[in-house]
Design a protein around this ligand. Structure first.
Ligand SMILES: Cc1cc2nc3c(=O)[nH]c(=O)nc-3n(C[C@H](O)[C@H](O)[C@H](O)COP(=O)(O)OP(=O)(O)OC[C@H]3O[C@@H](n4cnc5c(N)ncnc54)[C@H](O)[C@@H]3O)c2cc1C
Length: 289
């Protein structure tokens, strides 16, 4: 199939892009890496009248380390994230997730901002952003606002982004030396969207008990989801076979994945429990490290 007809404008700067979105509202879509938008157009899943091409805006590219925060420009590509020394050092969870995102050709053009704006429930970065308590920097002609990941992801492909806003950057608190991370996903083939996934961030005390834990599941609901009941079974405990079983049991109260073409809900919940066991075993191998 071919894309429906649309008007295309390559903007010279961010202000121009924001002005166009202000003028066209919901009739316009921002074009970043195009790796999700162009297939969606060709499949006629979306019918914008305007494409506002922001791919040339250098202001939205690259990494900035300030104080305890690493800010990643929205146009930073998956490939750039994969080769970034700052990401490896300060955002180990993101570094663990990048190799799971799509295939090399898509990673060359696809951007972190595009992934967070699209908010596919099976995508890796939204879960990483949730586990790491990242914040999205959104701009429009009305001004700038910062939205925490837990408020930003609002439903199936739904975020706090308004139709006249651009996601300019995402701010991640840098990892503390005492934090530990683990990432697991299940996919039919490496690079495919996940069928189930888990991004985890943990901190242990001197007695090897979990002091803080963020478990962000993805591909198991309409958005990335924290697991408060499972987490409550683990905080103030060491990770051991019993606490893992308790957390797996409690996970049924946190997640209610829908049946879909890939699997029944019960199977998906089973996958989530298996991933939780793997992630906790991986974190346990670092207990007190
Ligand atoms: C075969 C295939 C496999 C894939 N596998 C995976 C996978 O395993 N995991 C994964 O996470 N992704 C996967 N993807 C998607 C890929 O990661 C995309 O690159 C990403 O989802 C979108 O980034 P983009 O820069 O290409 O955005 P685009 O396609 O340009 O845009 C996507 C959407 O976001 C909006 N948008 C983009 N940037 C902004 C911004 N800065 N502000 C506001 N709105 C914006 C656009 O208007 C559009 O609605 C896959 C894609 C394909 C084609």
């Amino acid at each position: 199939m071919k894309a429906p007809s649309f008007a295309y404008e390559k903007v010279a700067n961010l202000e121009e892009a924001l002005q166009r979105l202000h003028e066209h509202g919901d009739a316009a879509r921002v074009l970043a890496g195009g790796q999700s938008l162009l297939p969606a157009l060709n499949l006629r899943l979306t019918h914008p009248q305007w494409l506002i091409d922001i791919a040339g805006l250098d202001a939205l590219r690259g990494e900035r380390l300030r104080h305890e925060v690493l800010e990643l420009g929205a146009l930073t590509t998956h490939r750039e994230l994969a080769s970034s020394a700052l990401v490896r050092k300060h955002l180990p969870l993101l570094a663990m997730a990048v190799p799971y995102v799509a295939h090399a050709a898509i990673r060359n053009r696809g951007t972190i901002g595009g992934s967070l704006a699209l908010a596919d429930p099976a995508a890796e970065y939204p879960a990483v952003a949730l586990a790491c308590e990242a914040s999205m920097l959104l701009r429009s002609v009305r001004g700038e606002r910062k939205v925490k990941a837990r408020d930003y992801f609002q439903g199936l492909y739904q975020t706090a982004l308004e139709s006249d806003e651009i996601l300019c950057a995402v701010e991640f608190p840098v990892a503390r030396s005492s934090e530990r991370f683990a990432f697991e996903e299940l996919a039919r083939r490496h690079g495919d969207y996940a069928m189930a996934g888990l991004a985890a961030r943990a901190q242990f005390d001197a007695q090897h008990r979990l002091e803080r834990l963020h478990l962000a599941f993805f591909a198991l609901g309409d958005r990335p989801m924290l697991a408060p009941q499972a987490t409550a079974c683990l905080v103030d405990q060491t990770i051991n076979p019993q606490s893992i079983r308790d957390a797996q049991q409690a996970l049924g109260a946190d997640l209610s994945p829908p049946d879909d073409l890939q699997a029944k809900a019960a199977t998906k919940l089973h996958w989530a429990k298996v991933l939780l066991g793997r992630v906790l075993s991986s974190l346990a191998s670092h207990q007190g490290a």
